[in-house]
Design a binder for this molecule. Structure first.
Ligand SMILES: *[C@@H]1O[C@H](CO)[C@@H](O)[C@H](O)[C@H]1NC(C)=O
Ligand SMILES: *[C@@H]1O[C@H](CO)[C@@H](O)[C@H](O)[C@H]1NC(C)=O
Length: 146
């Protein structure tokens, strides 16, 4: 798979860099969760994150969205979706991120958490209308579902 090859090469490159940062999704839900990854330059890529599985990718400066849904029909208006947008901004050394949901709530009644590895950046555990949060560009970004 092209993406896996890219991700592997990218992680190897990042492993040599002191400032490697990552964006990760941990699925603790009792069902698989679909992730649809989009960025400014490529067609979306979709993967199923199995129960107790993890999706991990190295972060780059390009605006990225992690769309999460319980079915693969992420772009259908019938599919409740949860979307994390994030971008690394080397100009001010900040990571910008926000969470929205659309067409319902795929995780209704199930907890979720977006946390940063930098303890000075507060985690988010409930929808806030898409408020844009910032943290150090050096912080890892981790989504934990259920
Ligand atoms: C996002 O963008 C880069 C190009 O800058 C590309 O190499 C990468 O594979 C893209 N795809 C995804 C799914 O993030
Ligand atoms: C981010 O994650 C990577 C890989 O797990 C780790 O090596 C690095 O120390 C983490 N950075 C921070 C600031 O926690």
């Amino acid at each position: 798979m092209h993406f896996l090859a890219y991700a592997t090469a990218s992680l190897l490159a990042l492993a040599n860099s002191a400032s490697a940062t990552f964006a990760q999704v941990n699925n603790n839900c009792p069902v698989p969760v679909w992730i649809t990854v989009t960025n400014a330059t490529q067609q979306p890529s979709q993967y199923a994150i199995p129960i107790q599985g993890t999706y991990l990718q190295g972060r780059s400066g390009i605006g990225v969205a992690f769309g999460l849904s319980k079915t693969s029909a992420y772009f259908s208006p019938q599919t409740p979706k949860w979307t994390l947008g994030f971008t690394d901004s080397p100009q001010d050394n900040l990571l910008y991120w926000s969470v929205i949901n659309a067409d319902g709530d795929p995780f209704a009644g199930q907890p979720w958490r977006v946390a940063l590895s930098d303890p000075s950046c507060a985690p988010l555990t409930a929808y806030d209308g898409g408020v844009v949060h910032t943290c150090s560009i050096l912080a890892n970004l981790t989504v934990t579902l259920c």
